[in-house]
Design a protein around this ligand. Sequence first.
Ligand code: ZN
Length: 263
Amino acid sequence: MNFGHEKKRVLILVKTYPVPSKNYTETVCTVGVTEEGKWIRLFPISYRYLKDDQQYPKYSWIEVYVTKAVGDNRIESFNPKMDSIKVIRPPLKGKNQWNEAKSLLLPLAANSLCELSQKRDGNISLGIFKPLAVTDFYWEKEASDWTEEEKQRLIQDSLFDIEKKPLEKTPYSFHYRFRCNEPTCTGHDITIIDWEIHQAFRSWRRKYGEKGTLNKIKDKWLNTMLSPSRDTYFIVGTHHVFKTFIILGVFWPPEDYQNTLFN
Ligand SMILES: [Zn+2]
């Protein structure tokens, strides 16, 4: 049944917000690390249309059959066989969750985004690094609804013979300004496309209104996630078409005080 496919075990680290897709109704880009400690990008996945027990949370382990991605030469990109996705372990709790993710992620850490951008020429398209100084987090107004073409994609019958799920468009994009640990760094201004930020926007808007929600998002993604008590990294990936890095998610484990004390 999985002829020609390779089995991978993946610790899930980031999911991006679904976007309307020409062939798959909507797709999510998922990034994780395999049990061999290698980056992997799973695309496309129509996440909201997976069966309930297949809908993998962040920091769960999944097993999935994949083939090297077609039409995407980024070395970490694989096409998953969607019906093969199986959650084999739910996320750990608290400190164990951070420690497990750290043990796989930190060996992959680059010194800076500038360094990653140089490696990009060698076809590296995923990475993690610690920003030296984050100077701002801001939002920008975007179109409040999908284009007609995108709407058609969301209602097409190509893949699912089941009721379509409305996909809300977030009328804002979110961005970080930062410098990295490189003397020649002139600073970066890049967008973050993590699903969690969109989820926060949708659920908080009902309670705090739009302006209140935007301020709360800034407070969490800037002040909480980058507080001095956190050892914060950005997980980045290149855009399929434009090849520039965008922030896929923030990894913000608590600062390891024991190490700090004895170092
Ligand atoms: Zn830089």
